[in-house]
Design a protein around this ligand. Structure first.
Ligand code: AMP
Ligand code: MG
Length: 481
């Protein structure tokens, strides 16, 4: 078994970027799950995952050889309110493997913990493992999960819950909030260093541009426009799109109160703390835009010599978000509807109908795969409150499809690639969490297996496809981390 080779490029940045910190070793760690597929992608021997050395690494025991653990500092706007210093309060960056950050989440207090204990309960660890891996398979850029362990100690939340640590893998953990931290401190030099680092690591092509900062910003905006459209394509609600959870490599990060919606409602929120619906499904593009505006602001001191010109240029790059997002969104939904090109009229009617009829978002689209099967139309109609509305919609849609010139076969091919049968349904995630809290990881493992092939019908997995029964519906999710 080969040793893991860590690189520590972030640790080589100036001192004010982080605090070096060791993890609290877990008293009695046990592996819940490890991701051998991801290990292989990272060049880590999968055997390592189940070894004693693996468990030691995932549970915060003596840092692995070559690692130089640290807690990163950042600031951020949380629900629009400014926090001048956040930082990794319950996470530690061990270092980079094959260019990816390896981070322990839940390994104890750091100088940025404020009132928190720096620990994670097993529930949020299970949620992040399941959902982030499912997102990856759906083709949504995301941080990933390499391993989850229980620590053998309890953490106090509303009650005492088993503690756990997630090993998170990310292209990096640099956030909009990292830039904001140095911007707010008027530390132009650090801002430049961070930008140079971000460009080198994530957007090396920007170096060829006349203004690399502008090219960097443009590229980040592009990635987030696509990311937000992909979230919406699959009915995903991030739930806590604060600037400290907006990562500059363009990956989904921080699976707190996230959820995939059941019944379609553009204003749907799950997070218990999002009382005004700031991060509702349909508000996500506005909020991504808002976060990126904060990034533009933070980059302004190093943008160029002429301040007025800089402001104009930043604004004009930011303006590209709308068009870019719209293109991705329209394309995604035309694929979901099996249409060769966007059709704004049919999409608008579709959303309106789904909202009024409270149809399940995922089933609405996945049932389009089966209209031609025995009873397929009836099953589709059963998603609606009124059969007549379903029939009227189907007629409208079929006309749009025929008018578009696409063959039924090509249309089906689009529908099949754009519409998953299985998503991490909230009630299934909840079930996995509740069992996991009692030490039974079977539901978690089973769910993870099903979610590895979201686009393929799997025999014996019908229950994972179904919408929740009334008593199973998850109304609220909690940060609870
Ligand atoms: P989040 O809302 O999960 O993105 O976290 C926001 C901030 O709170 C980050 O700075 C976290 O490090 C910090 N934080 C969250 N949970 C804890 C905890 N249990 N202990 C210490 N800090 C925490
Ligand atoms: Mg966060």
């Amino acid at each position: 078994m080969n040793a893991i080779t860590f690189n520590n490029s972030y640790a080589a940045l100036p001192d004010q970027f982080y605090t070096k910190q060791q993890a609290d070793p877990a008293p009695d760690p046990k592996l819940i799950i490890a991701n051998s597929g991801l290990a292989t992608e990272l060049g880590i021997d999968p055997e390592f995952l189940n070894s004693e050395a693996g468990l030691a690494m995932f549970s915060g025991h003596n840092p692995p050889q070559g690692a130089d653990p640290l807690a990163m500092v950042y600031a951020g706007h949380q629900f629009g309110g400014w926090s001048a210093r956040l930082g990794d309060g319950r996470a530690l960056l061990l270092g980079e493997v094959s260019g990816y950050d390896i981070q322990l989440k839940g390994s104890g207090r750091t100088p940025y913990s404020r009132g928190g204990d720096g620990k994670s309960a097993v529930g949020p660890v299970i949620r992040e493992y399941i959902v982030s891996e499912a997102m990856h398979v759906l083709g949504i850029p995301t941080t990933r999960a390499l391993a989850a362990v229980t620590t053998g100690e309890n953490v106090i939340r509303e009650t005492r819950l088993p503690g756990a640590i997630l090993t998170r893998v990310a292209s990096s953990h640099i956030r909009v909030g990292t830039f904001q931290y140095f911007y707010a401190n008027n530390d132009k030099k650090a801002l430049q260093t961070l930008t140079d680092y971000g460009i080198q690591r994530h957007y090396p092509d920007a170096l060829k541009a006349e203004n690399p900062v502008q090219a960097f910003y443009t590229a980040i905006i592009k990635r987030h426009a696509k990311l937000t459209a992909l979230w919406m394509k699959f009915g995903f609600i991030h739930g806590v799109m604060n600037t400290d959870n907006c990562q500059i490599a363009g990956e989904t990060i921080d699976y707190g109160p996230c959820a995939f919606m059941d019944d379609f409602n553009p204003l749907k929120v799950f997070s218990s703390i999002d009382q005004k619906g700031r991060y509702a499904w349909g508000r996500q593009p506005q909020m991504a835009h808002w976060n990126l505006m904060r990034l533009g602001e933070a980059l302004s001191p190093i943008w160029g010599a002429d301040e007025d010109a800089s402001v104009k240029e930043i604004q004009s790059v930011l303006d590209s978000f709308g068009t870019s997002f719209n293109n991705h969104f329209q394309t995604a939904f035309s694929q979901k509807l099996g249409l060769p090109a966007p059709n704004a009229a049919i999409l608008e009617t579709t959303f309106k109908t789904m909202t009024e009829e409270e149809t399940d978002f995922t089933l609405f689209f996945s049932h389009l795969r089966r209209l031609d099967q025995d009873g397929g139309r009836a099953k589709f109609s059963a998603l609606f409150k009124q059969t007549s509305v379903a029939e009227a919609w189907l007629e409208l849609w079929q006309t749009a499809r025929d008018d578009s010139g696409i063959t039924a076969k090509d249309s089906q091919a689009l529908i099949r690639t754009a519409n998953p049968i299985y998503i991490p349904r909230n009630h299934r995630v909840e079930e996995a969490i509740l069992a996991g809290q009692k030490g039974n990881y079977e539901p978690m493992h089973r769910l993870i297996e099903v979610l590895k092939n979201p686009f393929e019908q799997q025999s014996g997995a019908e229950e994972y496809e179904q919408a929740p029964q009334a008593e199973e519906v998850v109304q609220q999710t909690f940060c609870g981390t």
